[in-house]
Ligand binder design. Structure first.
Ligand SMILES: Nc1nc2c(ncn2[C@@H]2O[C@H](COP(=O)(O)OP(=O)(O)O)[C@@H](O)[C@H]2O)c(=O)[nH]1
Ligand SMILES: [Mg+2]
Length: 204
């Protein structure tokens, strides 16, 4: 099943490259702030480059509606009992979305730090979002997700004064499973640090 997924993901990667579309696959546990970060990113980067979004959730159109309100093209994929997006879902979503050449494409995966690590969607990079309310030890508990990531975003830094979260320890744990990974602390609500996220996107 994974081999079949990888083959289709490779076709998608080539299809995206031929159109100069830069795709990122955002993963996190539920509620880490993926949609909030995307809403801000679209507002702040959307005038520089067209952006499209594929939203993955088990049920509802709620996140697609939030993204649509920013004026961005979006397709919602509901996985039902499924716990991740796969390359076949990505292919169908791309057929519907038809993102323009030279655009940015964000995929918000189903909130889950386990299965999305295994399924390549043909993206340029996986971006894992962890928030400071989740505890500094999560990179050690979910090493596959953190090992697969090209970037770790530590979100909700505005809450650091109120929670027992050790930014240094979390970064050290992430690097223990992925030595070269870049780590960017942000607050999607206040905007603190998001410039480093945009700089990372530009560098890709
Ligand atoms: N304080 C704070 N709350 C945030 C931040 N980012 C997201 N949230 C809140 O966290 C909750 C979940 O955010 P959402 O973007 O829906 O998370 P998702 O499930 O990963 O898409 C919402 O109540 C957001 O307002 C942040 O940077 N700081
Ligand atoms: Mg969301």
């Amino acid at each position: 099943m994974l081999a079949k997924n990888d083959l289709l993901a490779q076709e998608i990667r080539e299809w995206l490259a031929a159109r100069d579309i830069l795709a990122f696959n955002l993963t996190s546990s539920p509620g880490a702030g993926k949609t909030t970060l995307l809403e801000r990113t679209i507002r702040e980067l959307g005038s520089a480059r067209p952006i499209s979004v594929i939203e993955g959730d088990q049920e509802t159109l709620l996140d697609a509606e939030r993204i649509k309100a920013t004026g961005c093209s979006v397709v919602q994929v509901n996985t039902g009992a499924g716990c991740h997006l796969d390359a076949e879902m990505m292919r169908r979503a791309l057929d519907t979305l038809d993102p323009p050449s030279g655009s940015l494409l964000f995929v918000e995966n189903v909130g889950n730090l386990v299965c999305p690590a295994l399924f390549d969607l043909g993206e340029r990079s996986k971006v894992v979002v962890i928030s400071v309310t989740e505890g500094s030890d999560k990179p050690l508990k979910y090493p596959h997700m953190f090992a697969a990531a090209g970037l770790v975003i530590i979100n909700k830094t505005d809450l650091l004064p109120y929670v027992d979260f050790d930014l240094e320890a979390c970064s050290r744990h992430a690097r223990s499973v992925n030595p070269d990974v870049q780590i960017v602390p942000v607050s999607a609500v206040s905007g603190e640090g998001v410039i480093d996220w945009y700089t990372w996107i530009d560098a890709q």
